[in-house]
Design a protein around this ligand. Structure first.
Ligand code: PEP
Ligand code: MG
Length: 325
């Protein structure tokens, strides 16, 4: 099967009824980069920058961050890389950056909350990203956004860094694509405002699911208790995809669910056209979608998601659909 997936590497990622689906991979270290060409991924949809911080024993300096991002961009050889700014806290522990003990770290002082309270840290990273992308396109996104004002605050800091660099004669990125991760349910009721502020939205389904179901992603007793392919979560995802269409904003998803063929199929059925996953999942997901009638699936899923009387699990419908295809 491995060989079979390898053969799909250069096959265009189209559903049977001709919809293009962008398949991207997740990464966080330089050792991940060779997989970009091996898997045939279109680009890196999620680059977890905190990995460099997590494996270091002291805080990486500006020069170290910049050199690291440069190597990533160089090895990506022209394929787009979406850098996520630091996502420290919660399940992502950085030993030399010890925040106070928290009773609920997942709901605590983490990611963009921490970065906005320590603007020096964030500005250093923004400067490193801008410098490393000189003359090229810089794609970046912000983790754990809760309110649109946080996006504006990061943009202000970014603007300051741009001004600083141009004042000192540095070459700036040719183009900037600025995105938000959708991981906190509060953003569900700010979708239009959010999409007016960003170039793209990337759903972090691991966190969005944990917060939507109030079920700790790291606690095996509850993390799989609720079905990620159940009505509530799929309706939520469909609302996000529809908001993307309405606002002409690119919507993508980079959580673990994108890498499972049945879940990836469900994502296409609720309107997603772009996903990012572990490199090893690209082959199996591509194999699935090449035979998929996306229009038919969408019609069946919409009917099921809108039917308030049916108690048939959507997972069953998806399994049947996959078998019949
Ligand atoms: C997510 O939450 O789905 C995500 C992609 O980010 P992480 O798994 O790094 O929290
Ligand atoms: Mg997350």
């Amino acid at each position: 099967r491995q060989e079979q997936f390898r053969a799909l590497r250069s096959v265009e990622s189209l559903t049977r009824d001709g919809r293009h689906i962008s398949l991207n991979m997740n990464a966080g270290l330089l050792v991940d980069l060779p997989q970009l060409a091996e898997s045939g991924a279109q680009g890196i949809g999620l680059f977890r920058t905190e990995l460099q911080f997590m494996i270091a024993s002291t805080m990486p300096k500006l020069e170290e961050q910049e050199a690291f991002y440069r190597s990533v961009i160089k090895q990506a050889a022209g394929r787009p890389v979406t850098f996520r700014t630091l996502d420290i806290g919660g399940d992502k522990v950085v030993s030399y950056f010890r925040a106070q003990e928290e009773e609920n770290p997942a709901l605590g002082w983490r990611a963009i909350r921490l970065a906005l309270d320590r603007p020096g840290l964030l500005r250093t990273q923004l400067r490193a990203l801008l410098k490393a992308s000189a003359g090229a396109e810089l794609r970046m996104m912000i983790p754990m956004v809760t309110e649109v004002s946080e996006i504006r605050a990061v943009r202000d800091l970014l603007q300051k860094e741009v001004q600083y660099l141009s004042k000192f004669g540095h070459t700036l990125p040719r183009k900037l694509q600025f995105g938000a991760m959708l991981e906190v349910p509060a953003l569900m009721w700010q979708l239009d405002e959010l999409m007016a502020e960003v170039d793209f939205v990337s759903v972090g389904s691991n966190d969005l699911f944990q917060f939507s179901m109030a079920a700790d992603r790291g606690n095996a007793r509850v993390s799989e208790r609720f079905d990620i392919l159940g009505k509530p979560f799929l309706r939520m995802l469909r609302d996000i995809a529809r908001a993307g269409e309405r606002n002409r904003t690119l919507v993508t998803l980079c959580g673990e669910m994108a890498g499972k063929p049945l879940s990836a199929m469900a994502l296409i059925g609720v309107g997603f056209r772009s996903v990012s996953m572990a490199a090893t999942s690209i082959g199996p997901v591509k194999a699935m979608l090449l035979g998929l009638d996306a229009g038919q699936l969408e019609a069946e899923m919409n009917a099921a998601l809108d039917d308030i009387r049916s108690h048939e699990p959507i997972r069953e419908l998806l399994l049947k659909f996959a078998e019949a295809n």
